[in-house]
Design a protein around this ligand. Structure first.
Ligand code: FPP
Length: 232
């Protein structure tokens, strides 16, 4: 029982760094290394899609120095590591408000997405400047516009139609969500899409999360009985 889609809240970079007397930004750098290892391992384990919460719409409010370091990390990561992945046939896409990023970062997101849109082996979705409530509000506005213009009737609105207006349209809902660092909440991540996901929380900080810890999460998932509200 391998989940098709795993969503990950990569939390605990700051605490990992603090524990070692390092600046928070060192935690993010270590977190980027973890990300590489985990993506390679997820693909090896036969998972089809991994969605990663890398930067929330609220994270812009962190101290400027930390935001700048994260932007520099994203810039390098997109240009090197992610570009490398795409050469190996990995599809990459992005959810979140990309208008807030510097031009070169946004252009890189657009081009990576476009170049890999037809690849099917393994799909990596990066949530950057993402907030699920914003996504749901945007979808609602688009649907309201379509109702107003007469394109759709209000009675035609159902869960399937709603989902096609979200930024995650076309990607199956996550089967498993992992949050590291001991925090046990969803924090405005994929609120609609996680409706039936299995939740897995681990006290391990993201930079210390490794292949072995990932396998522990997959083993826990395999033991869960998914009922989707039905009786088995
Ligand atoms: C949460 O830890 C982590 C983030 C807000 C940033 C996540 C970024 C990475 C893992 C870097 C690599 C990502 C890419 C795409 C290159 P936190 O800072 O909230 O930690 P804390 O709760 O211990 O303070």
């Amino acid at each position: 029982m391998i989940p098709k889609h795993v969503a990950i809240i990569m939390d605990g970079n700051g605490r990992w760094a603090k524990q070692r007397g390092l600046p928070r930004t060192a935690g993010h750098k270590a977190g980027a290394e973890t990300l590489k290892k985990i993506l390679a391992h997820a693909q090896k384990r036969g998972i089809q899609t991994v969605t990663l919460f890398a930067f929330s719409s609220e994270n812009w409010n962190r101290p400027a120095e930390e935001v700048n370091t994260l932007m520099e990390l994203f810039r390098t990561y997109l240009k090197n590591d992610i570009a490398e992945l795409t050469k190996k046939g990995v599809r990459v896409s992005f959810i979140g408000n990309r208008m807030k990023f510097a031009d070169d970062i946004r252009e890189k997101m657009d081009s990576l997405e476009k170049e890999t849109q037809n690849l099917t082996d393994f799909h990596v979705v990066l949530a950057l400047s993402y907030g699920a409530r914003d996504d749901i509000i945007d979808a609602t506005k688009r649907i309201a516009g379509e109702v107003k213009s007469g394109k759709i009737a209000p009675e035609a609105i159902d869960a399937a139609l709603f989902a096609t207006h979200l930024s995650t349209n076309g990607t199956p809902d996550p089967d498993l969500v992992i949050r590291t660092s001991g925090e046990e909440r969803i924090s405005n991540f994929l609120l609609w899409e996680l409706a039936y996901a299995e939740l897995y929380f681990t006290p391990v900080y993201w930079p210390d999360f490794d292949e072995k810890e990932f396998d522990v999460a997959l083993d826990a998932y395999a033991k869960r009985q998914r009922r989707f509200g039905r009786v088995v």
